[in-house]
Design a protein around this ligand. Structure first.
Ligand SMILES: [Zn+2]
Ligand SMILES: [Zn+2]
Length: 398
């Protein structure tokens, strides 16, 4: 008799837990044995005794937390099965960032796939997503609303290059998350033929070196020297999102503020952050890709971990797929999530006038504005961890 999905995976305060294999996946608190899908700080945390992950993810964790981040580590070779207790696990590419993997767990003829974060769009910096047929598919829903349709990233990068050509006297400061997004933007720029140096904020240096050492061609990426900033007219500079509004970026010649994020589809958010050139580049699946992926896995049951869970759960039920939201806290991906403006409320009111019924509270501002326009849609605020915030790494700060 096939096992029930809950015999294979259950929800605990630490995160998803497999009792038959005695391990957690992407736990938010220190555990005995953790299997990690990818290196973003809300999934890969420090303090576990044993960690199993792909070689690249182990390296990323080593860069972030020090080489002794776990007592023991085990490298998961992509596509190969390993026995853990009474279950068989297998890591398969998730297409999210370098080293990212889905983890499938199989026991008694039932297969559960934890996808972690994933995308279907092309990304020159990591292996493409592979569909793993399964009985239960566990998905995130960061962009799980039908209004979220991500454009072709090449068009977004061309917008940046057009602007650079148009304003040779200005520096373009591009906010991008230090793991994944920054390197993807660089690789996309190279694919479009941009061969000048791409200047980096110091916070991006080590992870970019790691990508290069893994064979991702990113070209010349010098670190910005503080005293030289005023000389970078016409240059492209990448920095963490928090730095685009900092004093740091104002020292460049007449800076054009850019931000590469899936959230840039919501114009109110771009305005609120003072982003002059929003670049809609996401490392997560948009609505169409979430739905397509669910169908392609053939899963009869879907669990939605976090994000816009309700819309995706509803869509599943209309397709005859059983689905439930897990409302998991602690995952507000550093790769795409909005900075926690509750902790750092914006000093300035949003640039746009308040619409009828729009409150002035931080949560209303964060939620965007309700209107008929698709890109101004009200996006519910993702749940934020209150008691247990993600570790504040150099690049996970808002
Ligand atoms: Zn992620
Ligand atoms: Zn995430």
């Amino acid at each position: 008799m096939a096992l029930r999905s809950t015999d294979i995976l259950t929800q605990t305060p630490q995160g998803l837990y497999c009792p038959l294999g005695d391990f957690h996946i992407d736990p938010i608190r220190p555990v005995k044995r953790a299997l990690i899908t990818h290196g973003h700080s809300d999934h890969a945390r420090a303090g576990h005794r044993a960690v199993m992950a792909t070689r690249e993810t182990l390296r990323i964790m080593g860069v972030r937390y020090g080489e002794d981040f776990a007592a023991t580590t085990q490298e998961a070779a992509l596509g190969e099965s390993a026995k853990l207790g009474d279950v068989t696990v297998r890591f398969t590419p998730a297409g999210h960032v370098l080293g990212s993997a889905q983890i499938s767990i199989e026991a008694g003829g039932t297969r559960v796939v934890v996808s972690g974060d994933y995308k279907r769009a092309e990304d020159p910096t990591c292996l493409p997503y592979e569909v793993v047929p399964c009985d239960v598919f566990i998905t995130e829903a960061t962009f799980g609303l039908p209004v979220f349709r991500h454009p072709d990233t090449r068009d977004e990068v061309r917008k940046l290059l057009d602007s650079v050509a148009l304003f040779p006297e200005r520096a373009h400061i591009v906010g991008a998350y230090a793991l994944g997004k920054a390197q993807r933007v660089m690789a996309l720029l190279r694919e479009e033929g941009y061969d000048k140096p791409i200047h980096l904020h110091g916070a991006m240096e080590r992870l970019t070196e790691l990508y290069k050492s893994e064979g991702v061609p990113l070209g010349e990426t010098p670190k910005v020297v503080a005293a030289e900033r005023s000389k970078l007219a016409g240059a492209i500079v990448l920095c963490p999102p928090s730095s685009i509004q900092d004093l740091w970026s104002r020292r460049f010649p007449d800076p054009v503020t850019c931000f590469a994020s899936g959230w840039m589809q919501v114009r109110a958010r771009a305005r609120q952050k003072g982003v002059e050139l929003p670049l809609v580049i996401s490392d997560h699946s948009d609505w169409d890709d979430l739905c397509r992926t669910i169908v392609e896995t053939g899963a009869g049951e879907v669990w939605v971990t976090h994000g816009q869970e309700d819309a995706l759960v509803h869509w599943c039920t209309t397709q005859g797929i059983q689905a439930r939201p897990l409302h998991m806290l602690g995952y507000g991906d550093e790769g795409e999530a909005e900075p926690d403006e509750t902790a750092h409320p914006p000093v300035e009111p949003p640039a746009h006038p308040p619409l009828e019924g729009e409150g002035r509270s931080a949560s209303a501002i964060r939620g965007g504005v309700g209107s008929a326009s698709a890109d101004e849609v009200a996006v519910p605020t993702p749940p934020r961890p209150l008691a247990d915030p993600p570790p504040q790494g150099e690049d996970s700060s808002p």
